[in-house]
Design a binder for this molecule. Structure first.
Ligand SMILES: Cc1cc2nc3c(=O)[nH]c(=O)nc-3n(C[C@H](O)[C@H](O)[C@H](O)COP(=O)(O)O)c2cc1C
Length: 413
């Protein structure tokens, strides 16, 4: 028997779909694999199934209410003691919603937290796996599909419903996925969730900016998404993450060390201060190639033309291995409208110059790739000049493929 789920806490949200009785069988399967199962059931779902059946199946108290009856919250607040209204969100190794109604997905996608389940999902750092089940027309509803698209972009994971006869009498897509498939997915996510545990990763992200005067800068169009998502996905896979990012980059949504910088000089300084205990460095920051040597100490008047004197900045990527010889180093190479061959050649050139382990090349001149997009297409180039191609996909998906490649080379898996 696989030990992946042994002693793992799986929180299952059950919502009011006709398929919710099937979750009892799933709970048994998960418990047989050693998991502790905690159930939150929506108030509407209690109209379709008996809470007691879920208590027996999970061998735990089943939760339905956000506000516990017979509790004086005022007393808690006065005593300054911890209110355990979302404690399940904290203990979850995986948060499963099975079956998931159109309603709960709509609520999560729109930030609505009006009951115990939706509030707990919003408060969890665990991976959330959603198993929808519904009438085929509800499934095909464009609002429903938009919600799913939005949730996928935000790293919510899905096991899509299957085709078949539906309880409502229609035939089509909407049946809850096969329970063995759901169990397999849960194991895969939990196994992956901790596959970078014990690894210390330094990630740089976003644009640097160089001052022209105290109020003006030159910078670039990097949003920091690729680096920030990589940091977040590494964190979700168990790594200890330190992020150094351009001050205007997107904000990370998880809690790890997060340092903001502006100039190339500050970025390099923070790298020097944070690199010594790291195993892996992912250098995704879009570093200014030039700094302004004739920058003004006061605001420059805009009445006449101005010549800026640009001098090249330190090539940080090439200095990393000099700071820490044995660090696993991955960098990025952005090219503008290059062929696949050119992309790989240029990535390999900078890999050699920096003595790096991997360089991820992408073409920022193509639509949907590179700066300030949600998607990307990359080639991950290694020391043998072999390239792994990851086709156009969300930046989180790309991030995970990059982390898989690092893991494969570093841990030989
Ligand atoms: C018998 C019955 C079966 C239902 N089955 C589903 C379903 O499979 N999927 C779904 O999205 N909604 C289904 N609904 C509608 C939901 O129960 C309804 O949208 C409800 O507001 C969902 O509440 P909840 O998400 O808080 O559990 C069903 C309703 C009834 C009465």
């Amino acid at each position: 028997m696989s030990k992946i789920l042994k002693d793992k806490n799986i929180v299952i949200g059950v919502t009011a779909s006709i398929a919710c009785y099937k979750t009892l069988e799933l709970i048994k399967k998960l418990r047989n694999l050693g998991a502790n199962v905690h159930v939150i059931i929506s108030k509407n779902a209690t109209r379709l199934v008996d809470i007691k059946d879920f208590e027996i199946a999970s061998n735990n108290k089943v939760h339905t209410e956000l506000f516990e009856p017979n509790i004086s919250y005022l007393d808690y607040i006065k005593k300054d003691s911890k209110i355990e209204h979302i404690s399940l969100a904290d203990i979850a190794d995986l948060f499963l919603i099975c079956p998931a109604t159109a309603n709960i997905m709509g609520k999560i996608a729109n930030g609505i937290a009006d009951d115990l389940l939706s509030t707990s999902v919003m408060a969890t750092n665990a991976s959330v796996l959603i198993c929808p089940a519904m009438n085929v027309k509800m499934w095909k509803n464009p609002i429903m599909q938009e919600n799913i698209k939005k949730l996928k972009k935000l790293s919510y994971r899905f096991i899509e419903p299957e085709y078949g006869m539906l309880a409502c009498g229609y035939e089509g897509i909407g049946r809850l996925a096969n329970l063995d498939k759901i169990t397999d997915n849960i194991q895969a996510i939990i196994e992956k969730r901790s596959d970078l545990k014990g690894k210390k990763i330094l990630v740089t992200a976003g644009a640097t900016s160089e001052e022209i005067d105290p109020v003006r800068v030159i910078t670039n169009k990097s949003s920091g998404k690729m680096g920030v998502y990589l940091a977040e996905e590494a964190f979700l896979r168990g790594a200890e993450v330190t992020l150094i990012r351009g001050a205007n980059s997107v904000e990370p949504q998880y809690h790890f060390k997060d340092i903001k910088i502006s100039s190339v000089k500050e970025l390099f300084q923070e790298i020097r201060e944070n690199i010594s205990d790291k195993d892996i460095m992912i250098h995704a920051a879009a570093v200014s190639d030039f700094t302004i040597s004739n920058k003004s100490k006061s605001k420059i008047k805009s009445t006449k033309s101005l010549n800026l004197e640009l001098t090249p900045t330190t090539k940080i990527f090439e200095k990393i291995k000099q700071l820490k010889k044995d660090i696993f180093l991955l960098g990025f190479k952005a090219e503008y409208r290059a062929t696949k061959k050119e992309l790989i050649n240029r990535a390999y050139q900078i890999l050699k110059l920096a003595n790096a382990d991997l360089v991820v090349a992408n073409d920022v001149g193509k639509q949907g790739r590179g700066f300030d997009t949600e998607t990307n297409e990359v080639f991950i180039v290694n020391k043998d000049k072999k390239a792994v191609h990851v086709g156009l996909a969300g930046k989180r998906v790309i991030g995970n493929r990059i982390l898989d490649e690092i893991k494969r080379l570093l841990l030989g898996e």
